[in-house]
Design a protein around this ligand. Sequence first.
Ligand code: ATP
Ligand code: MG
Length: 453
Amino acid sequence: MASTSASNAPLPPPLDGLGLNAEGYSQTDSSGFVGQTRAREACGVIVDLIKSRKFSGRALLLVGAPGTGKTALALAVSHELGVKVPFCPMVGSEVYSTEVKKTEVLAEVFRRAIGLRIKETKEVYEGEVTELTPTESENPLSGYGKTVSHVTVGLKTVKGTKQLRLDPSIYEAILKEKIVVGDVIYIEANTGAVKRVGRSDAYASSYDLESETYVPLPKGDVHKKKELVQDVTLGDLDAANARPQGGQDIMSVMGSLVRSGRTEVTEKLRKEVNKVVKGYVDQGVAEVIPGVVFIDEVHMLDIECFTFLNALLEDSMAPTVIFATNRGNSTVRGTVDIVSPHGIPVDLLDRCMIVRTEQYTVAQIIRVIELRATVEGLTMGEGVPQKLAEAGENSSLRYALQLLTPASILAKLAGRDTIELEDIGEMGELFLDAKTSAGLISKGKQSADVTMQ
Ligand SMILES: Nc1ncnc2c1ncn2[C@@H]1O[C@H](COP(=O)(O)OP(=O)(O)OP(=O)(O)O)[C@@H](O)[C@H]1O
Ligand SMILES: [Mg+2]
């Protein structure tokens, strides 16, 4: 899942898809999703509709109380759609910026949610680096000091080796990519762009905990034609063309496109990008991968945005749209008297398939807490999950989960590895859940008194 978010909204840790079996029924606890059977199965149906392209012009609306897993469900849906599918989350209130028009914010998110996979056959030199020798010469201009006049690179494949004498600019690229002897790289013949594929597996060490990717020695000749795959989004292309100096590598394909000094993405520029993209799709060079736009707290949008969304949904290249809200009937923002379910105008609601998330039972909250503790490597003492779950039932699942990490810190301070009941007790004194806190204020007590008790 490629998240191309510009939003700072914290996302829950990803659960592994919806956890449904082949028939579309939910399986208990698989993929880390607890409960929400109906919502998950409904989302499974939506995923099928999206995959068979029968969901265009429509949107999924997730409705439920805070902390009931709406964001988690949206993430799971996009996970089910595939790994390289762009996922662009935003919060309704993000459209209210002083610099950019509201509709522009939405338009941009929608562009970032359309992925493009570009396949090109390029002439490359590929192999394991066996030699990397810069040759220096006297700098003829300054009279002293030396500059690199060329670099000698040895490349090895299963079939043979080749020694290349290359331009100093390629040496700079090699240094930038931190390439050393033993790495597998390729150099594009036309552009001189250098790409590190990984470390040759002849150099693989026996340590498990390493971030290095090991790759086999390339087959075939060093000098050959190779199919390269690049994943970009329409948003990337818009931005790169608006600022011609930036984003060089993803732009190698679209390089020919408009090189004026534009700095702003305009509707006209988007159209031009679309035209070029369409050309590539028609030639079979590129493939469009519709992603997911997730608008949380959709009731924060106003009537102008909703009207614009209707138009965006109609677009032939629209991504899948998921909304979430925890509001019931409310006034549509930007209007005086239009009251509508979830604060969404009826014409847009008409396009939505609504899925409701349910409140959790104590048993379910316990299960979620236990799963989370395992993921975070925390151990809990006798009765702790129960106690946290009770706290969760009184406020929300999220509150219960949020207590977990600070409680583990308190446990560590007390010199223990296991979270015990006393840590939870202390937490309750230090932090309040929303209901208690609001209740105390309305009783006229000062929060200072509360923490003293
Ligand atoms: N069924 C579930 N199984 C496991 N974990 C869950 C489940 N539901 C929610 N969670 C976890 O609970 C936390 C809160 O869920 P999430 O953020 O999805 O709620 P939300 O409905 O989007 O809330 P809000 O309305 O406040 O945005 C997350 O960390 C999420 O991973
Ligand atoms: Mg949420």
